[in-house]
Design a protein around this ligand. Structure first.
Ligand SMILES: Nc1nc2c(c(=O)[nH]1)N[C@H]1C(S)=C(S)[C@@H](COP(=O)(O)OP(=O)(O)OC[C@H]3O[C@@H](n4cnc5c(=O)[nH]c(N)nc54)[C@H](O)[C@@H]3O)O[C@H]1N2
Ligand SMILES: Nc1nc2c(c(=O)[nH]1)N[C@H]1C(S)=C(S)[C@@H](COP(=O)(O)OP(=O)(O)OC[C@H]3O[C@@H](n4cnc5c(=O)[nH]c(N)nc54)[C@H](O)[C@@H]3O)O[C@H]1N2
Ligand code: SF4
Ligand SMILES: [Mo]
Length: 873
């Protein structure tokens, strides 16, 4: 039987790429970009390309657990239903809460929202989208009267100027970045990046404005003034907009000191903006995750509204969504302050219509607790039953230690996840094993409002159930049988689409009622479809016609003024801590860290420090650094680089108690939020840094997982096992005994080189002729060829103790191209020996960058570095 290829959608970022999946018959998948999908036309990034490596059942949870013991579904769900019912009966509906995720499929999300808002009767359902999109939602609603992205991905192909604000598109939406680079090549599109860091997204950019953290509003206020003063407003369009004069007035005479930029730099940006009609402003977490996030959004929207550059071909503000269904979550009403289908919780008519449609007993008339307040209420014992679905808040929430303690102290916590090995699941009373991507089906909506199908391609492992099914079953057990009697996602989708028709009737823009009568077969075959889909309107862009969704139908410009980040740097905490993402890991790493390829790009948590700050603090490359904030402490590897500004640092958000317990960066981030959106300020914590004085450092490779116990450790998967960095304080008298304990190898023979005087040890353990583990210890950061050693144990001969590659095998260096596993050193050698000058030439010589292309900006950076060096010589 030949394996069938199935079309589905990538489960990672909001680009929403179409994928072609072919099961290999052994549980694995071959993955290709879908050439027909309008989001990617066949392109994929490194994460999408490696999906086949992440569908392993290795760490999957395959049976429900209650208090750490396996149990059957009936017992687990009876317990969940009973505890929620008892809590509601005793303390009222608002003593319960759901914390859900922008990664849920729309059908799952719809059921969760219906259960909480319609039947439990509380609005205490919030989502990790609060940490992600809430400021964009609030900004959209203030300006447009609805939460709607005006444009489409085609605008990126047709723009003359694209401005990235607080978006590292090259790493976080790589396929869109490639789409922009393609447009650049084809029609000379110009690119500007506004980001305190010089990221890989600056590759190919005409201009990088290295704004001071939080300094965005003054830039866009300056732009708005220039639009006004130099006659670039669109008077016809402004007849459809209120508040223009107030916005112009508040932007006048804007002081640009907080931007940290020169007059000349800002003037050059304004010139570019005014001299190109077709401008798309893409923005993401550098804008949203701020205590003035909503104002930042409106500062950007003001400029597009004033010039009428919105919803037209090649023009518009473009909030790119993070998660695969961040947009769908907003559509189903997953946030605590929204109702389903863009209807408003505060609107009595809307509430009545939804109540009637659901035959619900009650719909709350006030917003529920937003994420940060929700976990505060958990900590204070006001929430007594909490269900966390498809998210890992013990890692990803600000003030993560407090959140961890709050969850641990809550009376009753349910976690639905695909693995029990997460910081959050380890705190739960009940863990419910969900069916994973590839095994389940439903729909997701991407950044440009395109609804795509995720389809089943692998059998669901025994013991798992899809999220919608778990939720509906609990609802039935709570006594809401009639309303949750779903047999399939298709049925849920039809109900949801029908409800959107009611929203359409109220004049709301989110209307997919044209899909309400899909048969199961039509649902199954649904092609990517951009909403709205109704009798009145299909696909397309919004607002160019001047039709907005405030009462009266006008759009609004909002006067905004600069506010500095909430946490203030001071002598005690002189550094600004910025946090975010790396190219090849997804959030808390429960899936991407299963892939050895993805784990090879940046195998360890790190903090980026400017060279002059590092010199002041006597921090050398590869040192460990203690980083402290008023909330918490972390230990991370120093990465000294001038891509960050002096006085600022950047650390990734990905590492957890499972992968590097000292590197949970949200332990340092204060739980301060934007007053309008409730979104936390994840990008502007304060911190102080010092060298972590370890007494010993070690590097290990092991065929089996290890769980060390020392001040610092970080582990990553390799093709043949694990690589682990370790460091600690105190003296270890017997390194062989220590290594045996670490690797759990009491009996195997070991080769060792131990120099007690110099505190150095090298040990290798063999099972027959096979190397199964090796440990390299030193008083200073260990200097061994890690990337060679990480290819062990499989190839380890007796010379492994040298820690160096055999003479005939040069060290490849850290993997840059994860598709073809090409290391930095290999690329540098080829550039130097073969005189390669372009990314294409590197591709032709080594294949690096020729598959998904996610590493092209990094190859370009290596080329630039070597050319600079050559020029200096
Ligand atoms: N590889 C990868 N891709 C992902 C994800 C992932 O985990 N890994 N997650 C997905 C999700 S859910 C999301 S939300 C998106 C996020 O995508 P992005 O928002 O692009 O990613 P971040 O790295 O969080 O932050 C973007 C940039 O904001 C900058 N920044 C910080 N402070 C400021 C400021 O004050 N002003 C400005 N202008 N910029 C600032 C940071 O330096 C950073 O480069 O990525 C999605 N894609
Ligand atoms: N400091 C700092 N903190 C941040 C950010 C930042 O930039 N800086 N970014 C914030 C943003 S934008 C986001 S979106 C969040 C993301 O943070 P989280 O949502 O906490 O991160 P994920 O790792 O995506 O968590 C998803 C969980 O769902 C599980 N899972 C996978 N598939 C399924 C499934 O089918 N069903 C169920 N039930 N579970 C499943 C995974 O194993 C994992 O445990 O982090 C936020 N936190
Ligand atoms: S850009 Fe990458 S992570 Fe995002 S949807 Fe496409 S393949 Fe998936
Ligand atoms: Mo996100």
């Amino acid at each position: 039987m030949t394996a069938q290829t199935i079309k589905s959608t990538c489960p990672y970022c909001g680009v929403g790429c179409g994928v072609l999946l072919t099961p290999d018959g052994q549980g694995g998948l071959a993955v290709k970009g879908d050439p027909d999908h309008p989001a990617n036309f066949g392109r994929l990034c490194s994460k999408g390309s490696a999906l086949g490596e992440t569908v392993t059942l290795d760490e999957r949870l395959l049976t429900p657990q209650v208090n750490g013991a396996a149990t059957d579904w009936d017992s687990a769900l009876d317990l969940v239903a009973r505890k929620f019912r008892d809590t509601i009966d005793t303390y009222g509906p608002d003593s319960t809460a759901f914390y859900v995720s922008g990664q849920l499929l729309s059908e799952d999300y719809y059921v969760a929202n219906k259960l909480m808002k319609g039947f439990i009767g509380s609005a205490n359902i919030d989502t990790n989208s609060r940490l992600c999109m809430a400021s964009s939602v609030a900004g959209h609603k203030r300006a447009f009267g609805t939460d709607t992205v005006p444009g489409t991905y085609e605008d990126l192909d047709e723009a003359d100027l694209i401005v990235l604000v607080g978006s590292n598109l090259a790493w976080c939406h790589p396929v869109l970045h490639q789409r922009i680079l393609a447009a650049k090549k084809k029609r000379g599109t110009k690119l500007v990046v506004i980001d305190p860091r010089r990221t890989n997204s600056c590759d190919g950019a005409e201009m990088h404005l290295a704004v001071a953290p939080g300094g965005d509003v003054p830039i866009f206020n300056r732009l708005l003034s220039a639009i006004h003063d130099r006659g670039h407003t669109d008077p016809d369009f402004l007849t459809h907009v209120e508040g223009a004069e107030a916005a112009f007035a508040s932007a006048a005479d804007q002081d640009i000191t907080p931007t940290g930029l020169s007059e000349g730099a800002i003037e050059a940006f304004i010139d570019l903006w005014l001299s190109h009609e077709k401008v798309v402003t893409i923005y993401s977490q550098g804008v949203n995750q701020s205590s003035s996030g909503t104002d930042k959004v409106n500062a950007i929207l003001n400029c597009h509204l004033a010039t009428g550059r919105i919803g037209k071909q090649g023009c518009g503000p473009f909030s790119v969504t993070g998660q695969p269904n961040a947009m769908g979550g907003r559509e189903v009403g997953g946030l605590a302050n929204m109702l389903a289908c863009h209807l408003d919780l505060e609107n009595a008519d809307h509430r009545a219509a939804v109540k009637d449609f659901w035959s619900a007993p009650a719909i709350p008339d006030a917003a529920g607790l937003k994420a940060v307040d929700m976990f505060r209420a958990v900590g204070e014992g006001r929430i007594k039953a909490l269900w966390i679905i498809h998210t890992n808040p013990a890692v990803s929430m600000p003030d993560a230690n407090a959140v961890r303690d709050a969850i641990a102290g809550c009376d009753f916590v349910v976690v639905s996840d695909i693995t029990a090995q997460t910081d959050t699941a380890r705190l739960a009373d009940v863990i419910l094993p969900a069916t994973a991507w590839g095994e389940k089906e439903g729909t997701v909506t991407n950044s440009d409002r395109t609804i795509s199908r995720q389809r089943t391609v692998l059998p669901a492992p025994d013991g798992t159930r899809p999220d919608w099914d778990i939720l509906a079953d609990v609802a039935r057990r709570m006594g809401y049988g009639a309303a949750f009697d779903y047999a399939s996602p298709a049925e849920i989708f039809r109900e949801y689409a029908a409800l959107s028709g009611i929203a359409g009737g109220f004049g709301r823009d989110f209307d997919i009622s044209g899909l309400a009568d899909l048969t199961d077969t039509e649902y199954s075959a649904l092609e990517p479809t951009r909403w709205p889909v109704s009798d009145g309107k299909t696909g397309g862009r919004f607002f160019a016609d001047g039709q907005f969704y405030h009462p009266g139908g006008k759009g609004r410009m909002i006067p905004v003024t600069y506010r500095a980040p909430a946490a203030k740097t001071a002598r005690k905490y002189p550094f600004r801590l910025n946090t975010g993402r790396i190219r090849d890991q997804w959030h808390t790493m429960t899936r991407t860290a299963l892939s050895p390829r993805l784990s090879a790009h940046l195998a360890e948590p790190f903090v980026e420090i400017h060279p002059e700050d590092a010199a002041d603090l006597s921090i050398a490359p590869a040192d460990l650094v203690t980083i402290q904030s008023p909330e918490g402490t972390a230990i991370l590897r120093a990465r000294i680089t001038d891509t960050v500004q002096r006085g600022t640092t950047f650390a990734p958000m990905h590492w957890t108690g499972e992968t590097a317990p000292s590197a949970r960066i949200d332990a340092l981030v204060a739980a301060v939020t934007d007053p309008i959106s409730g979104q936390p300020e994840s990008k502007a914590a304060v911190a102080r840094l010092s060298r972590f004085d370890a007494d010993w450092y070690a590097f290990a490779v092991s065929a089996r997982p290890v769980a060390p116990d020392c001040a610092y450790w970080a582990r990553a998967r390799t093709h043949s096992g694990w690589r682990v960095e370790l460091a600690g304080t105190g003296t270890i008298a017997d390194w062989e005994a220590e290594a045996r304990r670490l690797f759990d190898l009491p009996d195997l023979p070991a080769l060792s080189l131990i120099d007690v005087q110099r505190g150095a040890a090298r040990l290798a353990f063999y099972d027959g002729d096979t190397l199964v583990a090796a440990l390299f210890v030193s008083r200073t950061p260990v200097a061994v060829m890690r990337d060679y050693l990480a290819s062990l144990p499989s190839e380890g001969g007796p010379d492994v103790l040298s820690g160096r590659t055999p003479a005939n095998r040069p060290d490849p260096g850290p993997v840059l191209c994860s598709c073809f596993s090409v290391g930095v050193n290999t690329i540098l050698r080829a550039i130097e020996t073969d005189g390669l000058m372009t990314v294409e030439a590197v591709g032709a010589a080594l294949s690096a960058g020729t598959n998904c292309g996610s590493c092209k900006p990094e190859i370009a950076a290596l080329l630039a570095q070597t050319n600079l060096r050559a020029a200096a010589e």
